[in-house]
Design a protein around this ligand. Sequence first.
Ligand SMILES: C[S@@+](CC[C@H](N)C(=O)[O-])C[C@H]1O[C@@H](n2cnc3c(N)ncnc32)[C@H](O)[C@@H]1O
Length: 246
Amino acid sequence: MIGSVARRGLSFLGLRRGGARATAPQWSHRSAQQYEAAHVLAWIGSDAGEHVERLRRKVATPHPLLLAQFFQNDHDVWREFAEHIRGKTVLDVGCGPIPFVSFLPSEALAIAIDPLINTYDAEMRRVHGISPFANVRPYAQPAEVFIPELEGRVDGAIFCRNALDHLEFPAIVLSNLAGYAAPGCRLLLWTDVVHDKGGDAGHHSIANDVASFARLVRNLGFDVERLTPAAPNRSALEWGCVAVKR
Ligand SMILES: C[S@@+](CC[C@H](N)C(=O)[O-])C[C@H]1O[C@@H](n2cnc3c(N)ncnc32)[C@H](O)[C@@H]1O
């Protein structure tokens, strides 16, 4: 989850963590999960405080990084989104230790998919005495495995941030998400697409180029409303959008 400063620039909710590798070991599903678990457990112990505090205070407004990335740094844009998802189902894929959906108003049905959910939940309870998954329906599994009961059921939004280049079959995951999204569902997506030298133990390139990846998202039935702003000083080529399912 958390990349080195030199290679990745951005990490979980914008927090940075240091130390580029001289030679990066190759990505595999197993190495990525080990990488993720090690880094996130360290992050929970050292850097999660601000997010835990927001969780305790039930701060519904997104973290500043997310407000900038998906809502144009504009509280009116956020409020329009919050109004759209009221009473609807919202899914967070590759949600990490403190899912975006943990912060949503309780009228929304929050769902999260991530193979490390149980590890994250246990560590958050142990270290901070709080579970970010308390009001979330968790699927502790890879998002490549289709969940039939979600087909066409996600009418609010799907959030998938900084996850696709961590998992094994990103195109299959996008296809599954397209299957879950009901017409009108928003997609809030951001990922690195092409990594320098193909990636490292935790990340890998998921398309030949950014344009092909963008085409895939559109061809899966998502109309792009706006692109996420380019993050500065990245060694990877990224792509993100807010889109609406046709
Ligand atoms: C960098 S974290 C991103 C967390 C959060 N979305 C964020 O923006 O900070 C990547 C997450 O993807 C998860 N992940 C890895 N393989 C996955 C898979 N096959 N299906 C779903 N999630 C996966 C990891 O466990 C990790 O929690």
